[in-house]
Structures are given as structure tokens and as C-alpha cells.
Design a binder for this molecule. Structure first.
Ligand code: RP5
Length: 155
């Protein structure tokens, strides 16, 4: 083992500070790529307000492990709010809230297979058991999720 010290020591604290400054504050997740056109309104609203966000597609049913990992790590990564959009049985917002104590805003989405025009997704998001709250904006109203996230952030 060499006793020679490296010429230039890394500066981990400075590096971390740089990362924090650029870190997204809001995670926008959705159950399918087909949700993207509706969910882009949340991203636009946040961007217009200068709030950094990141967008990910992950299904509570098709990629359950990915959703769990993302939500468990969300706070540690610097996220402050999660916006979750889904249609049909719309489990994603509730599953997100089961894996993080960050505020979760659900966006019920209509789709070609919706029952009662999207009432299925609305009920799936609002009818959470006590102790696992999910906020819910109007059907297909991802823009309001952006507004609500901004209010939660005090921005
Ligand atoms: C939900 O099923 C998704 O959030 C989407 O709204 C709906 C249909 O998904 P795709 O069949 O278009 O992938 O999980």
C-alpha cells in the first residue's frame, strides 16, 4: 500500500451542494406513456413558476418494484412533492403514498377504457384508507396538480 497522499483531494461537500441546487423538487410520475399528453400540463405549470421537476413513467401494476424504490428514495433525493397521474384503477398515487411520507397529489385520468367517463380513476385516488392520504385534483386536470404542488412548496 502506498503512503503517498493524492495530489488533489476530492471535495465531496462542494459536489453535493452543487447537486442539491439543481435537484428537482417535484417528481411527476404516471402509469403509462399514454398518460404523458395529459400530465405534461403539470410539468409546464411548474416550469412556468421556476420549480424544477422530473418526469417518470412507472406503473403500480406493471412495475411495482420500480414505484416502491422511486418513492422510498424520493425524500433522500431532495424531492418535496410527488404528483402521480393514472387512469382506470389508478393505483399509482396510493401506492406512492404507501412508500413515502411526502405529500402525494393524484391526477385521475380518463382513457379509452374508462368506466363512467373516468369516475373509476377518481374513486381509486380519493378512497384511500385513513393514515395514507392522497390529494386529488379534477379529472385530467394535471395543471391544477402543478398549482397545488407550488402552494405546498410555498412558491
Ligand atoms: C393506467 O392504465 C395508466 O395510467 C393509463 O391511464 C391506463 C392505460 O394504460 P395503457 O394501456 O395506455 O398503457 O394504468
Amino acid at each position: 500500500m502506498s503512503e503517498t497522499a493524492p495530489q488533489t483531494a476530492p471535495e465531496p461537500v462542494a459536489e453535493l451542494e452543487g447537486l442539491e441546487a439543481d435537484a428537482p423538487q417535484v417528481g411527476i410520475v404516471m402509469g403509462s406513456k399514454s398518460d404523458m399528453p395529459a400530465m405534461e400540463a403539470a410539468e409546464r405549470e411548474l416550469a412556468d413558476r421556476g420549480i424544477r421537476s422530473e418526469v417518470r413513467v412507472m406503473s403500480a401494476h406493471r412495475d411495482p418494484a420500480t414505484v416502491a424504490d422511486y418513492c422510498r428514495n424520493a425524500r433522500m433525493r431532495g424531492l418535496k412533492v410527488i404528483i402521480a397521474g393514472a387512469g382506470l384503477s389508478a393505483a399509482l398515487p396510493g401506492v406512492a403514498a404507501a412508500h413515502t411520507d411526502l405529500p402525494v397529489i393524484g391526477v385521475p385520468l380518463s382513457s379509452r377504457l374508462s368506466v363512467a367517463g373516468g369516475l373509476d380513476a377518481i374513486l381509486s385516488i380519493t378512497q384511500m384508507p385513513p393514515g395514507v392520504p392522497v390529494a386529488c385534483v379534477g379529472l385530467d386536470n394535471a395543471r391544477n396538480a402543478g398549482h397545488l404542488a407550488a402552494r405546498i412548496l410555498g412558491a
